[in-house]
Design a protein around this ligand. Sequence first.
Ligand SMILES: [Zn+2]
Length: 400
Amino acid sequence: MGETRTKKTGKKPKPCGSSSALKNSIGVLDEVVAKSSNNRPPSTISFEQAPPRPYDTSLIQIEKTANKGYGVFAARKIPAGTLCLVEAPLIRLTPSEDVGTDEQRQLYIQHYYEALPTHSQKDYRHLCDTKKADFTRRMSIFYSNCYDMKHYGGGACIGEIASRINHCCTPNVVFSFAETLPGSLFTGDKKDVPRPSQASVGFMVFHAIKDISKGKELVSNYQSIWRLTPERQAEMSIHYRFRCDCMACEQDSPGQDGDRRRRNMIKYRNIVLTADKELTMSRKEWLMRQGQMSESERHEDLYSWLRSQVVQDKVSTALEKLTALAQLLPKEGIHGGHDLANIYKDLAKWSMRADDEVAANKWLQSELEICTKSFGSWSERVKEIHERQPGWWLIGLDKE
Ligand SMILES: [Zn+2]
């Protein structure tokens, strides 16, 4: 769905990928194997769960900007982790409605538009239209403003206030989607609870991932962070008729290192993805050579395979690159969201592969902190971390 608005988008880690740490961890692993299988896989990790902060509708205001139409601004200081905006989408396309031809999508958008109350139809018509060629106005408005829901099972949605949040490659708010909201978010007579219209289900949610001072504009990232400045600029120009002048884009001028950092981010991520695929493949091939095994033999075998040099070399490489990524993303102005959270999740996963449960727990804690800040303590993503089963990190190696 190339036309969709992808709105849709440091702590110093210890060098757990270094060869000495690996030797130590392999030593530890030997001991663990020698002791009892009760020590592995790791026990469920327990975290404190903070109560959700109530939602305050007076935090933001919509104002006209000099060059970007309307924007959303902080009416007062907004600390990182604050829930800034909750709204029911005007239109939400489900995953099955968001595939197929443009003509089919257009029918759904038209159908949902007509189901909106008259005042919401008016709000919709007043949203930014980047006048996408070959699209009707309603469809063009949808694609000028919708958020991709790829992290939420797919589909796309458009919100009235959400549409006023402008783009920045170094965002200070992050979009998420919630099917339901905890009642404790709303205080008093609950008049602030957004009411989904007939045509919409669920809620668009925005959290501050940095402290936002009073009067500053709230900005979210519309596109993939795994792109160089020229690609990002081209997409912004084609789809949104907008030129981003954020820190990451402006650092691309000669003598600056902005894109060198972004290039390294992309390179390191690819190295980790390749290491992951190779490890899965290597395990499959290894198992084919081993023939039939009982469950306990297979368990022991997994750990002796994990200790092999070829595996530990990949583990070492992945941990080194992920550790670098955990530092590079904040340097690039990315302080929250799924990408950063997934780096920490991967660090935990690969630390377990290095049999370093202490490091794994530290990284899981970092993932939890980023997810709580970005999506709320009540979010599905945070729930998923709390409910993660022992052995979750074996997916691709010993589990499907
Ligand atoms: Zn930018």
